[in-house]
Design a binder for this molecule. Structure first.
Ligand code: NAP
Length: 548
């Protein structure tokens, strides 16, 4: 049934179509056009989701004015019915009437759901065509990624100007199915293919790289019209989608949860700053097999690995650095000649900021926690000659770690009377949304320095308590940026732009805090000053030693 005749983007539309179409919604037409007017100067390619309005027909005169006022705008009109994931409760005949009137109002493209097209009579579709509008026939599967060729074959009889195929990714591997489909269809320049869902986020960037005519974006975060949709500004400024091409190297952060990770912002900013043709994506998965399949199927050059995969990935690496082997966890994977090499930059993220302030050799350091971050701290500090003490909620885990690393355990009651050079928090206590009681009280801070690995909020209750006693602090942001900077250097062999990385992360955290403020602390304090005190220590990527 498939034709071998290549289909292309209509000639008249080709210069008007960018890589990103911004979906415009609104519960009233006034709201919709206000939004469109604020977006159109930056992004003139828009989709008006008329199905979000109670009475879409009444918005069409305004749409006509909008198009007359914004001659550079290219507009898709969509009025998706409820049964197919939209909000329009009318009949297919009513949908067709709205699309015809939208075309007459000047929209260059209309979106007709495949099921609508299949239920319309041929003359009805001819009537829509006769308006001169370009037609997207679209198909959305909100449950899975199935046979995409079969969906395409159903669309072909309508000879649409664009084929829009949007399945849902349940795993990272579903993105591979989508990309392989796009590659098989590379003689068609008018297919739009994206995976919905959190694991499908990468398809919103990589789909375009594999040949999707364009992708869709939300006007702003919070206004997504499909699960996993990314805000237009993020796609354009952070992911630099306009510059993504076949030569663009692919990196990513893998784990769960990943959508709120600041790593894509930080690393893509670093790539942009250092003019590296690379993109860094959020790879949402809890299953290592799923991640490994993606890594083997698409040319991913490097990974940041986070919870829950840091330990499990070790068995699949050709070699690791000695500290990763001791810790039993790796947070950085580099692919060279098809093989995977592991590094642990969490250690440098902890020892680096300390070494800028003190000598670690011989220092007496208390580590709170005995999980992944604590293991990196304890082994890293022991490696540099510190006298390390561990306090953990589960004493057995602390004892095991102490035995493995040559550290000691300590009881809570002994802390106030034991002077330390540094106290490091490696538990999630103090993290935004974590309501657990603080492990230490003010009287326990018998130390010269407090380092909280938690980085959200910028000032944790522990850091606030330290600052109130005039004890110097190190924030978790410094660790986050340091471990990311070392990863950047491993990935690219270039010095990391640490100050810029720090700046964007702090800015993002402040914006998050403004959007969802934490409850006011009891005492009044000024904002934490986080000074970028880093110096780059770039080294070319080195192949680590053979795994022990
Ligand atoms: P993890 O492996 O889950 O370990 C968590 C540790 O905290 C365990 O020792 C656990 O004790 C303890 N803990 C958890 N909840 C507790 C509570 N309510 N009371 C007392 N102890 C509690 O997590 P992780 O990967 O080590 O990460 C720990 C924290 O470090 C994260 O939340 C994150 O904020 C921070 N971190 C920051 C960076 C950075 O770049 N700045 C990087 C990595 C981690 P049990 O053994 O008793 O369960």
């Amino acid at each position: 049934m498939r034709t071998n005749v290549p289909t292309v983007v209509p000639q008249s539309l080709r210069p008007r179509i960018g890589k990103v179409c911004v979906a415009i919604t609104g519960s009233t037409s006034a709201e919709m056009f206000e939004k469109a007017s604020s977006v159109v100067k930056e992004s003139p390619f828009l989709e008006f989701r008329l199905d979000y309005l109670d009475k879409p027909l009444l918005a069409l005169p305004k749409l006509k004015h909008f198009l007359a006022d914004n001659t550079a705008a290219t507009v898709i009109a969509t009025c998706r019915r409820e049964a197919f994931g939209g909000k329009f409760t009318g009949s297919v005949a009513a949908e067709l009437e709205i699309l015809i009137k939208a075309a007459e109002a000047g929209c260059q493209i209309v979106d007709l759901e495949l099921e609508s097209a299949e239920s319309l009579k041929k003359p009805e579709i001819v009537k829509l065509r006769d308006t001169g509008v370009a037609i997207i026939v679209s198909h959305h599967d909100f449950n899975a990624t199935k046979d995409l060729d079969a969906v395409f074959a159903r669309m072909e009889p309508f000879a649409p100007d664009f084929y829009k195929i949007v399945p849902t990714a349940k795993s990272l591997s579903d993105n591979v199915t989508l990309m392989r489909f796009l590659e098989r269809m590379d003689h068609h320049s008018n297919i739009i293919a994206i995976c919905m869902g959190e694991p499908g986020i990468i398809s919103r960037v990589l789909g375009v790289r594999s040949g999707s005519a364009f992708t869709f974006a939300a006007a702003t975060a919070g206004e997504e019209t499909g699960p996993g949709q990314i805000a237009a500004r993020t796609l354009i400024e952070t992911y630099r989608i306009d510059q993504v091409d076949q030569a663009t190297k692919i990196y990513g952060v893998a784990g769960n949860p990943i959508r709120s990770s600041l790593s894509p912002l930080m690393m893509n900013t670093a790539f942009r700053r250092e003019t590296v043709n690379a993109v860094y994506l959020a790879l949402q998965t809890t299953k290592l097999a799923d991640l490994l399949k993606l890594v083997h199927e698409i040319p991913i050059q490097g990974l940041s690995v986070t919870m829950p995969l840091k330990q499990e990935i070790m068995a699949h690496l050709e070699r690791t650095d000695p500290l990763s082997a001791k810790i039993g966890a790796c947070n950085t994977v580099l692919r060279q000649d098809g093989k995977l090499y592991g590094f642990n930059t969490d250690v440098a993220g902890i020892t680096g900021p300390l070494e800028k302030r003190m000598s670690i050799r011989g220092a007496k350091i208390l580590v709170l926690g005995a999980g992944g971050a604590a293991r990196a701290a304890v082994f890293g500090l022991r490696d540099k000659g510190a006298d390390v003490f561990i306090l953990n909620r589960t004493p057995e885990t602390a004892q095991k770690l102490a035995k493995q690393s040559g550290a000691k355990t300590i009881k809570k009651e002994a802390i106030a009377k034991t002077p330390f050079d540094v106290i490091i928090n490696a538990t999630p206590i103090g993290m935004a949304g974590n309501k657990a009681t603080q492990l230490l009280e003010a009287k326990d801070l018998n130390t010269k320095l407090v380092f909280d690995l938690v980085y959200n909020p910028l000032e944790t209750p522990l850091l606030r308590m330290a600052r109130q006693q005039n004890i110097p602090i190190i924030t978790g942001i410094e660790m986050f940026v340091q471990q990311g900077a070392r990863q950047f250097e491993i990935f690219t062999g270039k010095p990391a732009p640490e100050e810029e990385m720090l700046r964007v992360v702090i800015h993002a955290l402040r914006q998050q805090a403004e959007a969802a403020p934490e409850p006011e602390p009891k005492s009044t304090t000024t904002k934490t000053e986080v000074k970028p005190t880093f110096k780059s220590t770039a080294k070319a990527p080195v192949k680590p030693k053979k795994k022990a």
